[in-house]
Design a protein around this ligand. Structure first.
Ligand SMILES: Cc1cc2nc3c(=O)[nH]c(=O)nc-3n(C[C@H](O)[C@H](O)[C@H](O)COP(=O)(O)OP(=O)(O)OC[C@H]3O[C@@H](n4cnc5c(N)ncnc54)[C@H](O)[C@@H]3O)c2cc1C
Length: 401
C-alpha cells in the first residue's frame, strides 16, 4: 500500500453536487487548495452517461452556475421555461405562472443532467489548472472513515488511504459517509416511481412547462431544445411496470390520454427510464469534520423539481464558508464553521422538503374533497398574486435564509 495522501478537502461523490462543490471551492479560493473527488462509480456513470434525466434549473441555480463559469458551456443545451401551466386532468382548476409577471426572461431552464455534469467538469479542469491540486478517484469510492482530532482518514475501496481536514459527503441518498457517521434519517417510501423519457410532439412547446395532475399521478412535461420535451410521469409501482412494458405506440396512446392534446399527438417516444421515489432527510447535516450536501442530506420527490436546486444552495453556502476560512488560514474542518453551515441551511431545507412532501400528498390523491379543494386552490392561485409570488419565488430558487 502506498503513502497516505493529504488534502484540505475530500469530496465523496462526483455526481452533480460533488462536482459543483469542487468547482465552487476552487473558483472562490484565493490560495492554493488540495481537493480529492472520490466516487465508487466510473466517471462516465457518475456524470450521467446512461441517465435520461433532465433537470429543471431554477433561476437562482442558473445565476450561480453562471458565477462558477459552468453556464457558458451549458447554455446551448438548456431551454428556457417562460411559463408554467398547472392543471388537473378532468377538472377545471388551472393556474399559470408567467415570467413576465416577475420581469424576467425565464422562470428557469431545463437541461439534460449529462450536459450539466459535463459543463461543470469542463470548467473544473480549467480552474484546477496549475494553481490547485485536484485528484479524482473514480471507480474507487469510500469504504471506511477514521475520525481523528485534526483530520479524517478515509480508506478507499481499492485500499488507498487519504486524509483531509474536512470530508464533504455528496454521495447520494444511500450515503456511505452518512451511514459510517451513524447519522439518522427520516425516510418515506412514496410507493411511487417516475418514468422519465424524452418525447416529441406535433405542436411546438413555446417554452411552456406543463404540470398535470392525472388519475395515475402527477405528470410533468418540460420544454427542451430542438422542440423536444422531457416527460416525468409519477405512477404507482404497478402502473409504472405495465407502462414500461408497453411498446412505444401503446405508451404514446396512454400518455396522450393522461396528458391531453395540449401539444398535439406524440410523434416520438425516446428511451424510457424508471426511478423509485422516496424522501430521505438527514436529521443532522454535520458531524466532526463531516458535512452532508445534496441527496446525501435530502433526497426529494421530483414533483417540484427542487432536489438539485436545493443542493446548489447547499454548495453556495458551504463553499463560501470554507473558502473564507482557507483565506484566513483557518481550519476548514472546524466544528463551529460546519455548525454555521448547518444553521444557515436549516430554514431553506425545511421549507423545500415540506413543500415537496405536501405537494406529493395533495396531488397524488384522488379523494374527492381533496380533488375539489386543490382545484379551487389552483383557480384561487391565479387570483391571489401574493401566494402565487411566494410559490414562484420559492421554486425559482430565490428563497434565502
Ligand atoms: C426523476 C427525477 C427527476 C428530477 N428532476 C429534478 C429537477 O427537475 N430539478 C432538480 O433540481 N432536481 C431534480 N432531481 C433531483 C436531482 O437529480 C438530484 O438532486 C441531483 O442529481 C443531485 O444528486 P447528488 O449529486 O446529490 O447525488 P447523486 O446523483 O446520487 O450522486 C451521488 C454520487 O455518489 C457516488 N457514491 C455512492 N456511494 C459512494 C461511496 N461509497 N463513495 C464515493 N462515492 C459514492 C455515486 O456513484 C454518485 O455518483 C430529479 C430526480 C429524479 C429521480
Amino acid at each position: 500500500m502506498g503513502e497516505q495522501v493529504n488534502y484540505d478537502i475530500v469530496i465523496s461523490g462526483g455526481g452533480l453536487t460533488g462536482a459543483a462543490m469542487a468547482l465552487a471551492v476552487l473558483k472562490q479560493a484565493s490560495t492554493p487548495v488540495r481537493i480529492a473527488v472520490v466516487d465508487s462509480a466510473l466517471k462516465e456513470q457518475a456524470t450521467g452517461g446512461f441517465d435520461e434525466r433532465v433537470i429543471a434549473l431554477s433561476y437562482g441555480s442558473v445565476e450561480y452556475l453562471e458565477k462558477l463559469g459552468a453556464w457558458t458551456n451549458l447554455k446551448a443545451h438548456a431551454c428556457a421555461i417562460k411559463n408554467i401551466h398547472v392543471s388537473d386532468r378532468s377538472y377545471y382548476g388551472k393556474a399559470r405562472i408567467d415570467c413576465q409577471d416577475y420581469q424576467l426572461d425565464a422562470l428557469g431552464y431545463v437541461a439534460p443532467l449529462q450536459a450539466i455534469a459535463q459543463s461543470i467538469y469542463t470548467e473544473l479542469e480549467q480552474v484546477a489548472g496549475s494553481n490547485h491540486q485536484l485528484d479524482e478517484y473514480f471507480g474507487n469510492g469510500i469504504d471506511n472513515i477514521e475520525w481523528q482530532k485534526h483530520q479524517v482518514v478515509v480508506q478507499l475501496q481499492q485500499g488507498e488511504m487519504i486524509s483531509a481536514a474536512t470530508l464533504l459527503a455528496c454521495d447520494g441518498g444511500q450515503s456511505r459517509c452518512r451511514q459510517l457517521a451513524k447519522i439518522d434519517t427520516i425516510n418515506k417510501d412514496y410507493q411511487q416511481q417516475a418514468i422519465v423519457a424524452n418525447v416529441q410532439t406535433a405542436l411546438p412547446h413555446h417554452n411552456k412547462a406543463f404540470e398535470r395532475f392525472t388519475k395515475t399521478g402527477p405528470l410533468a412535461m418540460l420544454p427542451m431544445t430542438e422542440n423536444r420535451c422531457s416527460l416525468v410521469w409519477t405512477l404507482t409501482a404497478e402502473d409504472s411496470k405495465s407502462l414500461m412494458a408497453m411498446d412505444d405506440a401503446d405508451f404514446a396512446k396512454a400518455l396522450q390520454q393522461a396528458f391531453g392534446d395540449w401539444l398535439g399527438p406524440f410523434t416520438r417516444i425516446g428511451k424510457r427510464q424508471c426511478f423509485p421515489l422516496q424522501l430521505v432527510h438527514a436529521k443532522q447535516i454535520i458531524q466532526h469534520r463531516l458535512a452532508l450536501l445534496g441527496n446525501a442530506s435530502h433526497t426529494l420527490h421530483p414533483i417540484a423539481g427542487q432536489g438539485f436546486n436545493l443542493s446548489v444552495r447547499d454548495v453556495a453556502c458551504l463553499a463560501s464558508l470554507l473558502t473564507n476560512a482557507l483565506k484566513r488560514g483557518e481550519d476548514p474542518g472546524d466544528y463551529p464553521l460546519l455548525n454555521r453551515y448547518q444553521q444557515q441551511r436549516q430554514v431553506d431545507q425545511f421549507t423545500i422538503i415540506q413543500l415537496t412532501d405536501s405537494l406529493v400528498h395533495c396531488f397524488s390523491n384522488q379523494y374527492l374533497p381533496l380533488v375539489l379543494a386543490r382545484n379551487i386552490g389552483l383557480k384561487a392561485l391565479n387570483y391571489t398574486p401574493g401566494i402565487k409570488r411566494l410559490l414562484a419565488t420559492t421554486t425559482m430558487g430565490y428563497l434565502q435564509e
